[in-house]
Write a new protein. Structure first.
Lengths: 311, 262
């Protein structure tokens, strides 16, 4: 009998033991769901970290009185630069307006407003106080530029090169950035990368043990069949192939089912956590992780069934 | 070596031996010792069985009959001695070689060992399927043996729905369909009533006539009387004794009897 026929027989034989099969399927599903939940948390935390801290940010200050037309041309070039994530630009006038708005009290109860009020001025008049600077604005043109660090680059050397490049732009007086922020982000990514493999290995081990033991229990229901097959001279593969097929199908169905459960969980968490002050948008696993979860569970279940079918 | 004398009515068995004469013995055990559960289950057992012989393995419960049969079909490895069955050296038998032995040696048990959720046809066909026989040939051979064992009407009934006698006939059909060199039967009539038991012994005798070597364990004296031509080998506490015992030395079969349709 060909291997394909043995596999098909293994799948067809699953209906002979519905209760043990159902219990095994639920077990595989729950273990895969547990692993999927872990992946979901990891994925969302990493996405959040990358979104908020995983970018390299530079604050660029041009010289006071620099030619604004030339500066704006540089801004246009910057916006087209590869890997750019976000560019916020401020002309001296816009910077002054921002400054005035930042200094203005939000209400009369504010500290600055209160102190100004004691001197006979109002909050609104503070902004007006800076109006006389319009002609002799001391603020330079600035730009806050965020880059996505290329994945094949080491962050620190890349930032050093980018710093030198930005500093070399015509009319630029100063470039600042916060390496601590980047260190935190890269540290987290490194941690995730280092933890991912051991976590996946642990998951595979747990799936293997649980599925293997469950399949072994299921085989108690089929021990007579295995014994009879052995008595009539069946070779090991003839006995194991249908059980292997059974394990593979259990792994495949259980992991796909777990993905549906995970989607349900993610949809529920999305509405629960996307409220003040969290505003966390829980996203579903990317396609490759979903496929990896199914493949990993299926392979481990198949392997576990082979091991469990050993005499 | 201990051999009982054949009775005058042994002609059919003798002719079977001639028809299938081989230079090598079917079973060759020399000073075999076997430990089971810390106790010595077989002690210095020497037994030779020629091809085409019909041998009864007799003795009271716990004498070591089943242990001896387990050794013969490779389920137990002897601790010492020399053991050869159907040309397979049991002392050097490895796991990968076990299927080869099991394809030459068929086993029939008291508790039938059929798959209750499968049909009669499937239960018999399984022995051919593991050998890679084509489905056309399987169909032909299974139908022939089903007809020979008068199971035609029950071909597609689940074995769980059959009577004890029918299930035992299925087990025998499964062992016979592959045309084995040796059939080991461990108390095959133990769960059957007298009529069914006699019918089954007739079946074994018939297969033996065709040249199949049969070793049947039993502690039922009535069964022995149905095949007086067969050689008797007696086991007591793991030792083969010189001569068949007197009636006083026997423990009669007192197990519950299952009725059958046959």
């Amino acid at each position: 009998m060909s291997t394909t026929k043995l596999f098909l027989r293994g799948v067809a034989d699953m209906r002979r033991f519905p209760l043990p099969q159902l219990c095994t399927l639920l077990t595989v599903c729950m273990v895969a769901l547990l692993a999927g939940t872990g992946l979901l948390i990891l994925h969302n935390v990493q996405s959040e970290v990358l979104r908020t801290q995983g970018q390299a940010r530079f604050q660029i200050y041009w010289k006071v009185g620099a030619d604004l037309t030339a500066v704006e041309a540089q801004w246009t070039d910057l916006k087209r630069a590869p890997g750019i994530a976000e560019v916020s630009t401020f002309t001296p006038r816009a910077a002054l307006s921002e400054l005035m708005r930042g200094l203005a009290p939000k209400n009369s109860g504010g500290g600055l407003a209160a102190s100004n009020g004691a001197n006979g001025t109002s909050g609104a008049s503070v902004g007006e106080d800076f109006a006389w600077l319009e002609g002799e604005n001391p603020l330079p043109a600035t730009a806050l530029v965020s880059f996505n660090i290329p994945p094949d680059e080491q962050p620190e050397p890349w930032m050093g090169r980018m710093y030198a490049r930005l500093k070399g732009l015509e009319g630029v007086e100063q470039v600042t950035y916060n390496p601590t922020q980047l260190t935190l982000a890269t540290g987290w990514i490194a941690l995730v990368q280092k933890a991912a493999w051991p976590a996946l290995g642990f998951f595979a081990l747990v799936v293997g043990l649980v599925v293997g033991n469950t399949l072994k229990l299921m085989m108690l229901a089929r021990r007579d069949e295995v014994e009879i097959l052995s008595l009539v001279g069946a070779r090991p593969w003839f006995i194991r192939a249908p059980l292997f097929a059974n394990g593979v199908v259990q792994g495949l169905c259980g992991s796909v089912l777990s993905l549906f459960c995970l989607k349900f969980l993610q949809t529920w968490l999305r509405s629960v956590l996307d409220v003040p002050p969290l505003f966390l948008k829980v996203e579903f696993l990317p396609l490759w992780q979903s496929v990896a979860l199914v493949l990993c569970t299926t392979c481990v279940a198949g392997l576990a069934s082979l091991i469990a079918a050993r005499k | 070596m201990q051999r009982a004398k054949s009775s005058p009515g042994a002609a059919p068995f003798q002719s079977a031996i001639n028809w299938r004469k081989q230079t090598k013995r079917m079973v060759h055990l020399e000073h075999v010792n076997c430990i089971l559960g810390g106790a010595q289950a077989l002690k210095d057992v020497t037994l030779h069985v020629e091809r085409g012989e019909f041998v009864f393995l007799t003795g009271p419960s716990g004498a070591g009959k089943t242990t001896l049969l387990r050794v013969l079909y490779g389920d137990l490895k002897p601790k010492s001695g020399a053991a050869d069955v159907a040309g397979v050296d049991l002392m050097r038998l490895r796991g990968a070689q076990l299927p080869e032995l099991r394809r030459k040696v068929a086993v029939v048990f008291q508790d039938f060992k059929v798959l209750p959720e499968r049909t009669v046809f499937e239960n018999i066909a399984i022995a051919l399927e593991v050998r890679g026989v084509s489905s056309v040939s399987i169909d032909k051979r299974v139908r022939a043996v089903i007809r020979a064992l008068d199971l035609e009407e029950r071909s597609y009934a689940r074995c769980g729905e059959l009577s004890g006698g029918e299930q035992q006939r299925v087990a025998i059909a499964r062992s016979m369909v592959v045309n084995p060199e040796l059939i080991l039967a461990d108390e095959p009539t133990g769960n059957l009533d007298s009529d069914l038991s006699r019918h089954l012994i007739e079946l074994f005798k018939q297969f033996n006539t065709y040249g199949t070597t049969i070793i049947m364990a039993t502690h039922n004296r009535e069964v022995l009387s149905w095949a007086p031509e067969a050689r008797q080998v007696h086991l007591v506490r793991g030792v083969i004794t010189e001569a068949p015992p007197s009636a006083a030395g026997w423990v009669l079969d007192t197990k519950p009897i299952i009725g059958g349709r046959a």
